[in-house]
Ligand binder design. Structure first.
Ligand SMILES: Nc1ncnc2c1ncn2[C@@H]1O[C@H](COP(=O)(O)OP(=O)(O)O)[C@@H](O)[C@H]1O
Ligand SMILES: [Mg+2]
Length: 237
């Protein structure tokens, strides 16, 4: 475990021999197509595959998604509730681990409070669907993500863009000029009930609450798709 955490934060720009070996255990992939490291996210190590795809290998950090069943379940829920936004994602399984395959996005940026006005309707639509997801299943989108908390805090501390909230798990796809489109590349979901055990539920409730505070503060929205100004107005009437 300590080794996994150390490896994760080592800023290594290449796959470790252990990660390469894990990927090569998947009979579905051609090892000669495994390319450069794209990112070490909170839950997955992301690596280029051929010219158009990425592979995402679970990184084994505490509280990261670990089983193929949980990965498959999250992908299915995200595709069902966010059909316009979830990136097509294949889940491949070997023994008790898995690897995700997605199209490689060459040009995108994370959604931030600064670019939000350009895609506000899509974001509202996404949060409305999230309200339905929460009501039906007790799962919720993780729009900010570990990377987003960190980047929001750093930009505030540095004073670069003190008004920016970074929603790192939602990206703005600008492949069609003049028509920015939101995409969800991340398969994380908060489990607000004890689907994955009480520890995961406790952490999820904490991070969901923190995301809720940030989204209310910066965007006047909430994660269930309520428009706060509108609901205040109703309350006054
Ligand atoms: N399909 C993709 N194409 C290009 N870059 C990607 C893609 N998916 C993810 N990334 C990059 O990798 C990072 C981590 O991916 P993500 O799916 O959010 O993993 P995690 O589950 O670890 O948070 C993203 O923030 C983004 O920078
Ligand atoms: Mg992420």
């Amino acid at each position: 475990m300590i080794h996994t955490i150390r490896e994760h934060f080592s800023h290594e720009k290449e796959l470790s021999p252990k990660e390469r070996k894990l990927l090569e255990a998947f009979p579905y992939f051609d090892p000669t197509h495994i390319g450069d490291l794209v990112s070490r996210g909170g839950q997955h190590t992301v690596v280029r595959y051929g010219s158009d795809m990425v592979l995402k290998l679970p990184n084994g950090l505490p509280f990261a998604i670990k089983t193929p069943q949980a990965a498959q379940r999250n992908v299915a829920l995200l595709q069902q509730y966010f059909p316009d936004y979830m990136m097509p994602t294949e889940v491949y399984q070997v023994d008790s681990t898995y690897c995700l395959v997605q199209e490689y996005l060459r040009v995108y940026e994370p959604l931030t409070s600064r670019v939000l006005p350009e895609v506000k309707d899509q974001f509202h639509d996404m949060l409305d669907s999230n309200g339905q997801l929460i009501t039906d299943t007790g799962f919720s989108l993780e729009p900010v993500g570990g990377e987003g908390f960190w980047r929001t805090a750093v930009s505030r501390l540095r004073g670069d863009h003190p008004t920016d909230l970074v929603l790192a798990n939602i990206v703005v796809d600008r492949r069609t000029p003049g028509e920015p489109h939101l995409l969800i590349p991340d398969i994380g979901l908060y489990t607000l009930e004890a689907h994955d055990g009480r520890n995961y539920q406790a952490l999820s409730l904490l991070l969901f609450g923190l995301s809720q505070v940030l989204i209310r503060h910066y965007l006047d929205m909430d994660l269930r798709g309520q428009h706060l100004q509108a609901s205040n107005h109703t309350a006054v009437e």
